[in-house]
Each structure stands twice: as structure tokens, then as C-alpha cells.
Design a protein around this ligand. Structure first.
Ligand SMILES: Cc1cc2nc3c(=O)[nH]c(=O)nc-3n(C[C@H](O)[C@H](O)[C@H](O)COP(=O)(O)O)c2cc1C
Length: 203
């Protein structure tokens, strides 16, 4: 059994034994930006994608949809995005630099979407939570493989443009980008919030 340590700063087993290595590793996960090479290789990325399928999924609806882009193809995608009619407004033009950074910094970019269905037992919000869990599983899988990830938004028109350019379906809701790769320097990050802030035993 896992419990809070006496100073509530970390988790220990009830016997005071150290945690399983996998959990110790999980507790070290941090996002990082910017990301560069190396990126997960094909086999590693397959495992990362498969981790999405381990998300809890009420009624087994598989409500997440991803399209990914890597290497030189990121620049092909960027060109299609920047030349899209929705990217020609004055407002959108001010975002071109941001779109460029978002799509071409990390070596592997997964474009995330939710494809929700009507279901009598699994309402849309549950399906959306499943999508979040699927992405979180991918972040954790990447971390366990020694890479870093960064989940980022698609500001302005970027989400809708990617939806169109990459061939998502009309009903898909864009959920941002999962960037994968390796930071140039190990990020220094603040400590995590203590579990007692958000979880109390009800007695
Ligand atoms: C859906 C979603 C979108 C996000 N978009 C951005 C973003 O565009 N820019 C940003 O700085 N952080 C964004 N974040 C937060 C980062 O992904 C990251 O969680 C944050 O920097 C904290 O790092 P940590 O994961 O190590 O706690 C987003 C998070 C989520 C869940």
C-alpha cells in the first residue's frame, strides 16, 4: 500500500520500502521545451501510440484521433498551413512565427483530436476525459523511454487549419499538439504540488 510520508512530501510504501522503479520514474516526469533530436524511433513511437490505447475508455469508443508528422514533412505541413486561406488574415499573419515554432521545433509532432460519438452511457465529457488520459499515457510512455514531451495548444486559427490540411473529420475537436523529442538541457523544474493540497481522506 502507498501512503503519504510523515512530512507529506513524497510517497512511500506502508513498510517504508522504496517504490517500484516504474513509479519512481513516473514521479519524475516533466514537460520540456524546446525539444530537439533524438526523437523516439519507429518502434518506440509505436509503443507510445499503443500506450494511448491503455486509457480508460467507457464503452470502448476510442474517441481520440491522432495524426503525426516528423522530419522534413513538418516543413511541408508548415507550408500548407501558412498558405491556407485562413492564415492570410492580418491577425493570422501575426501568428505565422508562432505556427512555425509550434510545428517545426520538436522533431516529432502529434496533432491531437477528439472524435466524440453519441452514446447512452458514455457522455461527451467522459469521452473527452478519455482523450486526455490517452495523451497523458503517451507523455508517460515517452518519459519512460527517456524522451521528453510537451503538450501545447494550437492558438488562433492553427487548430482549424490543421484540421483541414491534415484531413481530420468535420466533427473532430482539436486538442493541441503533443511534441516529442529531447531537450538540449535537462529542464530545471519546481517541485510538484503536495498531494495533501488536492486529496484528503474522508473520515
Ligand atoms: C491541453 C493542454 C494545452 C497546453 N498548451 C500549452 C501551451 O500552448 N503553452 C504552454 O506553455 N503550456 C501549455 N500546456 C502546459 C504544458 O504542456 C505543461 O504541462 C506545463 O508546462 C507544465 O509542465 P509539466 O507537465 O512538467 O507539469 C498545455 C497543457 C495542456 C494539458
Amino acid at each position: 500500500m502507498i501512503r503519504l510520508s510523515s512530512n507529506h512530501s513524497h510517497l512511500v510504501s506502508s513498510e517504508g520500502a522504496s517504490l517500484p522503479e516504474g513509479l519512481e520514474q513516473l514521479l519524475q516526469r516533466r514537460s520540456a521545451w524546446p525539444l530537439g533530436l533524438p526523437a523516439p524511433n519507429g518502434q518506440e513511437f509505436s509503443a507510445i501510440l499503443q500506450a494511448a490505447a491503455c486509457a480508460p475508455d467507457h464503452a470502448g469508443l476510442t474517441p481520440w484521433r491522432f495524426k503525426f508528422v516528423r522530419g522534413g514533412q513538418r516543413h511541408v505541413l508548415l507550408e500548407r498551413v501558412l498558405s491556407h486561406s485562413d492564415a492570410q488574415t492580418d491577425e493570422a499573419k501575426t501568428m505565422h512565427g508562432k505556427y512555425t515554432a509550434k510545428l517545426t521545433t520538436a522533431p516529432l509532432v502529434v496533432v491531437l483530436a477528439a472524435r466524440l460519438k453519441e452514446h447512452p452511457k458514455a457522455p461527451g465529457f467522459e469521452q473527452m476525459l478519455t482523450c486526455g488520459a490517452a495523451v497523458m499515457n503517451m507523455l508517460n510512455a515517452a518519459h519512460l523511454l527517456g524522451y521528453h514531451g510537451f503538450w501545447s495548444s494550437t492558438p488562433g486559427a492553427l487548430g482549424d487549419i490543421l484540421k483541414d490540411v491534415m484531413g481530420f473529420e468535420e466533427q473532430d475537436q482539436m486538442l493541441g499538439l503533443l511534441n516529442l523529442g529531447t531537450p538540449a538541457h535537462t529542464p530545471t523544474t519546481p517541485p510538484r504540488v503536495s498531494a495533501e493540497v488536492f486529496a484528503q481522506e474522508w473520515v
